[in-house]
Design a protein around this ligand. Structure first.
Ligand SMILES: NC(=O)c1ccc[n+]([C@@H]2O[C@H](COP(=O)([O-])OP(=O)(O)OC[C@H]3O[C@@H](n4cnc5c(N)ncnc54)[C@H](O)[C@@H]3O)[C@@H](O)[C@H]2O)c1
Ligand SMILES: O=C(O)C(=O)C[C@]1(C(=O)O)C=C[C@@H](O)C=C1
Length: 359
C-alpha cells in the first residue's frame, strides 16, 4: 500500500502511542523521526524500528505529539514555534484544555489540529508499542475555528494510513463523549478490580471471563489516568453522579429484595444495560454485531493454527478472536466472532470435522 501521509513525520514522545504510530507509518515507508525526553525510551523505540533519531535541523511536514496530558500544551506550543512550516497534531485523550492553554499562551494555533485515537493498551512505553493497535478503531479529529479542510485531509491521511477510521467532533463534543465511553469506564473497571485486593485466594482462583472483561483496563497507569481524569473533570463528574444514583437505587433494591417492586427495579437496571451494550458499534464501526462461536481445543501446540486454517477453508471471515484457558484443565477456549449468517453453518461444519463446540 502507498502511504497517503507526506513525510517527514516527527513524533515527539516515543512511548506507547508515539512508537505505535511510528511502526505503522514505517510499514508504509514513511520517513519517521523520533524524539523523547527520556533518552532510553528513544533508544528503545529506535531499536524496535519505530523510526530514526530526529536531527537537529529536522524539517517535518507533520509533527505528532504523543506525550502525557500535562505536557501536551507545552510540547505542542514548542513544536509550533520550532517548525513554522509544519502541521502539528497530538493524540491526547482530552482536547478542550490543551487547546485553551495554547490560546491563552498566544500559540499559532492555525497550524494545530488536535486528534485522538480511541485505541491503546493498558500498558505504556515504547516496548508495548504495536503497529496494529489502530486497526478498525475510531480516531477523532477535533477541528477548531481556524482549521482548514486541507489540514483535516492531512490528518485523515495519517489516520487512514495506520488503519483507523477518522471521525470529526468539536473539542467539546469529544471531551463530553470520552467521559462516558472511556474515562468513566476506566474508573468503573478500577473500582471493581479494587474489590479484588482483599479477596480470598480461593475466590480469585476461580475468576472466569466476566470479571476479566470488566476489569481489563484496571491495569492501566494511575499516573496517566490521574492526568486524563483531572483534565476532563467537568465532563467526568456528571457521569459519575448518574452512576452513583443508579448504584444507590440498586443497592436499596438488593437489600430489600423481598419488597414489592424491588425485583422489577433490579430487572430494569439490567435491561437498561442490555439496551446500552447493544448500542456499541461492532469492530468496523457499523451497528452490526457479530455472532460468537466457542470452540474447545486441546491445550497443545498447533491447535489454534489448525482451527483458523479450517475456518478459512470453510470460507468464513473471522471478525475477532479471543482466547481463554480453563483453570486446571488441559483445554483452551477459543471464541470466534463471525457474521451471524455464517454461524450455524460454521458450527455444523466444524462439528463434522471433529471440533468440540461449547456454545
Ligand atoms: N495509553 C493509551 O491507551 C492511550 C490511547 C490514546 C491516547 N493516549 C494519549 O497519548 C499520550 C501518550 O500516552 P502513552 O500511553 O503513549 O504514554 P507513554 O508513557 O507510553 O509515552 C509518553 C512518552 O512521552 C515522553 N515524554 C514526556 N514528556 C515529554 C516531553 N516534554 N517531551 C518529549 N517527550 C516527553 C515520555 O518519556 C514517554 O516516553 C497521552 O497524552 C495519552 O493521553 C493514550
Ligand atoms: O486499553 C484500551 O483498549 C484502550 O483502547 C484505551 C482507551 C479507551 O478507553 O478506549 C483509553 C484511553 C485512551 O484515550 C484511548 C483508548
Amino acid at each position: 500500500m502507498t502511504a497517503r501521509t507526506a513525510g517527514p513525520v516527527l513524533i515527539v514522545g516515543s512511548g506507547l502511542l508515539g512508537a505505535s504510530i511510528g511502526h505503522a507509518l514505517r510499514a508504509l515507508d514513511v520517513d519517521v523521526a523520533l524524539e523523547d525526553s527520556s533518552p532510553s525510551t528513544l533508544d528503545l523505540a529506535i531499536d524496535y524500528g519505530a523510526g530514526r533519531r530526529a536531527e537537529s535541523d529536522e524539517k517535518p511536514a507533520l509533527v505528532v505529539v504523543a506525550v502525557p496530558p500535562d505536557q501536551l500544551a507545552a510540547v505542542i506550543g514548542a513544536a509550533l514555534v520550532r517548525f513554522p512550516d509544519a502541521l502539528v497534531t497530538d493524540v491526547g485523550s482530552v482536547k478542550v484544555s490543551p487547546l485553551a492553554e495554547l490560546v491563552e499562551n498566544g500559540a499559532p494555533i492555525e497550524r494545530y489540529l488536535g486528534s485522538h485515537p480511541l485505541a491503546g493498551r493498558e500498558r505504556g512505553g515504547a516496548i508495548s508499542a504495536r503497529a496494529d493497535i489502530f486497526l478498525g478503531r475510531p480516531w477523532v479529529i477535533t477541528p477548531h475555528a481556524q482549521t482548514t479542510s486541507a489540514q483535516i485531509h492531512a490528518i485523515e491521511a495519517l489516520v487512514l494510513d495506520v488503519g483507523a477510521a477518522p471521525v470529526q467532533l468539536s473539542p467539546e463534543e469529544h471531551d463530553h463523549s470520552v467521559a462516558l465511553i472511556s474515562h468513566v469506564p476506566q474508573l468503573v473497571a478500577s473500582l471493581m478490580a479494587a474489590r479484588l485486593v482483599d479477596a480470598p485466594s480461593a475466590a480469585v482462583a476461580i475468576a472466569g471471563q466476566g470479571v476479566r472483561d470488566v476489569t481489563r483496563v484496571a491495569a492501566s497507569s494511575p499516573e496517566l489516568w490521574v492526568q486524563i481524569l483531572t483534565a476532563n473533570a467537568a465532563q467526568v463528574g456528571p457521569v459519575l453522579s448518574a452512576i452513583r444514583d443508579d448504584l444507590a437505587t440498586l443497592e436499596a433494591a438488593i437489600v430489600a429484595h423481598g419488597a414489592p417492586g424491588a425485583r422489577r427495579t433490579i430487572a430494569e437496571l439490567l435491561r437498561s444495560g442490555n439496551t446500552g451494550v447493544a448500542r456499541l458499534p461492532g469492530k468496523h464501526g457499523g451497528d452490526a454485531r457479530f455472532a460468537q462461536l466457542v470452540v474447545l481445543i486441546d491445550d497443545r501446540p498447533g491447535q489454534i493454527a489448525k482451527l483458523l486454517t479450517e475456518v478459512g477453508e470453510l470460507g468464513v471471515n473471522l471478525e475477532d478472536l479471543r482466547l481463554e484457558h480453563s483453570p486446571g484443565a488441559q483445554i483452551g477456549i477459543v471464541e470466534l466472532s463471525i457474521v451471524p449468517e455464517a454461524r450455524d453453518r460454521l458450527e455444523e461444519e466444524l462439528t463434522t470435522r471433529g471440533w468440540r463446540i461449547a456454545g
